[in-house]
Design a protein around this ligand. Sequence first.
Ligand SMILES: Nc1ncnc2c1ncn2[C@@H]1O[C@H](COP(=O)(O)OP(=O)(O)OP(=O)(O)O)[C@@H](O)[C@H]1O
Length: 271
Amino acid sequence: MRVGSHQEEANSRHEAHVCIRDLEHRFPSGLTAVNDVSLNVGVGELVVIVGPSGCGKTTILNVVAGLLPIQKGDVLIKGSVPLAGRKDTAYMFAQDALLPWRTVMENVVFGVEVRVGKSSIDSKTRDKARTIIANVGLKGFEDAYPRQLSHGMRQRVALARTFMMDSPLLLMDEPFGALDAHTKLTLEQELLRLWEQSRRTVLFITHDLAEAIFLADRILVCSARPGHIVSEIEVPFPRPRDLNALQQCEEYHRLYQRIWVDLSKEMVKQV
Ligand SMILES: Nc1ncnc2c1ncn2[C@@H]1O[C@H](COP(=O)(O)OP(=O)(O)OP(=O)(O)O)[C@@H](O)[C@H]1O
């Protein structure tokens, strides 16, 4: 595999935001989830990890988020070690994790409130939240409670909350995994729009290859457990991207097929 040479190329183009070297993580049960994981994510880059179920993708993200300790290997975020609650890192989960007793507006500003205190939630912060809420298609729902929203709408709130935090690094673990195809595409487009406005660094996990190709600058394929990166694919399509147009293009299908072959080899091993 040419992971090393691609990675060196990527490094020369981007200052590394996240740098992982030889990461290993073993759970107390004795199960080694990941072994020898090395990867870089450049500043402002959108990198997607795909891999078989249970290969350790979430484990990697949890270590980067500081939710799991670094047992072996090195993980650096802009040169310093991960720590849960770092202001420069925001995490969006597969489940929306909204607070049911808070309205949409209160949920969207919640991350900011936790980080800088309730007294900092002034009219400027609320105006910014209102704009982001409108951007994710929820204008008019600012005062609604999560129970009054569909699953797709709740994920929109979670996306708004993630972008509201202004963290330069976004960790996203299958944030659109459980959505219907239409809502998923809408939110992917919204994510790209927000990302293109502010160029945060994004490390994103998905099982969906079409989503990976639509979103990513680079796609990393994770092996069967214990996970490590077995291939790395640059996505050559210019931005802004249009999924319908991409799907008419032969190169899109060739790329899809290539990633699918890499992934299938690992899926067979995982069974
Ligand atoms: N707290 C834990 N204790 C023991 N084993 C765990 C724990 N968390 C995860 N695992 C195991 O570690 C392995 C990797 O889990 P992880 O959630 O990182 O995989 P994943 O690639 O994100 O999976 P999926 O794609 O299905 O979400 C799995 O076999 C899982 O069962």
